[in-house]
Design a protein around this ligand. Structure first.
Ligand SMILES: NC(=O)c1ccc[n+]([C@@H]2O[C@H](COP(=O)([O-])OP(=O)(O)OC[C@H]3O[C@@H](n4cnc5c(N)ncnc54)[C@H](OP(=O)(O)O)[C@@H]3O)[C@@H](O)[C@H]2O)c1
Length: 209
């Protein structure tokens, strides 16, 4: 398996076009998944402050570096500013917390996780919730979110599927395959991920849907 890369427009970094997604992977599960993925040739790991698994991932990376199988510069690590930290004054401190959890001195990509913002609960770094159960919106943020779907980060904790998800460089889709895939597109009706688990988020001016 030879990994392919995309060069960043800055010209000084390349992103492996397949990464391991880790959202909703619990700490123990993610440790195993990251280890399996590294063994199978993944060099790109996608996490976030909000996934609460940076610490577990950091432990695995530290152990992997110690084995001598790879170095920090061989990896592309992405993490994300939480949606209660979307203010210029907060970005640095949340990045530092993520680095501490990951036991790294830098990440390769630091993303704004979501364009809308909540007020931060400083006692446990979660969004503040109003008495009616809605999330306390912070509408003073100034964020323009830009997402491009050119890199895939399939989440899996299953070794067979982690392998299957990286075996994608030895075939090409035909026009018929593409037509079949396009026919699955249900447009807006097909959206299954709408962030509405953040009760009240649709009132935020930066809510994207
Ligand atoms: N969805 C989002 O809006 C979102 C937002 C921010 C970031 N992300 C990043 O993107 C990653 C992927 O997100 P997602 O929403 O696409 O993943 P997902 O739906 O959360 O997880 C993928 C699911 O597909 C299964 N799976 C993985 N490979 C498979 C295969 N080859 N065959 C059959 N089933 C397979 C996994 O189960 P097993 O683990 O059991 O294999 C898992 O249940 C996240 O983990 C995160 O890092 C996603």
């Amino acid at each position: 398996m030879a990994m392919k890369f995309i060069k960043l427009s800055s010209g000084n970094a390349e992103i492996p076009i397949v990464g391991l997604g880790t959202w909703r992977a619990q700490p123990e599960e993610v440790q195993n998944a990251v280890l399996v993925a590294l063994e199978k040739g993944y060099r790109h790991i996608d996490t976030a402050f909000n996934y609460n698994n940076e610490d577990a991932i950091g432990d695995v990376l530290t152990k992997w570096f110690e084995t001598g199988k790879g170095k920090r510069e061989d990896l592309f690590i992405t993490t994300k500013l939480p949606n209660f930290g979307n203010r210029p004054k907060d970005a640095e401190r949340f990045l530092k917390m993520s680095l501490e959890r990951l036991k790294l001195s830098y990440v390769d990509l630091y993303l704004i996780h979501m364009p809308f913002s909540f007020v931060c609960n400083e006692s446990n770094f979660t969004p503040q919730i109003n008495e009616d159960g809605t999330f306390r919106l912070d509408v003073d943020n100034d964020i323009v979110g830009t997402w491009k779907d050119v890199i895939v980060i399939p989440k899996s904790s299953n070794p067979v599927r982690i392998q299957a998800n990286i075996d994608l460089f030895d075939f090409e889709l035909t026009e018929d395959d593409m037509e079949e895939l396009d026919a699955l597109d249900k447009g807006e009706k097909g959206r299954i991920f709408d962030f509405l688990f953040f009760k009240g988020v649709e009132k935020h001016p930066e809510y994207p849907f």
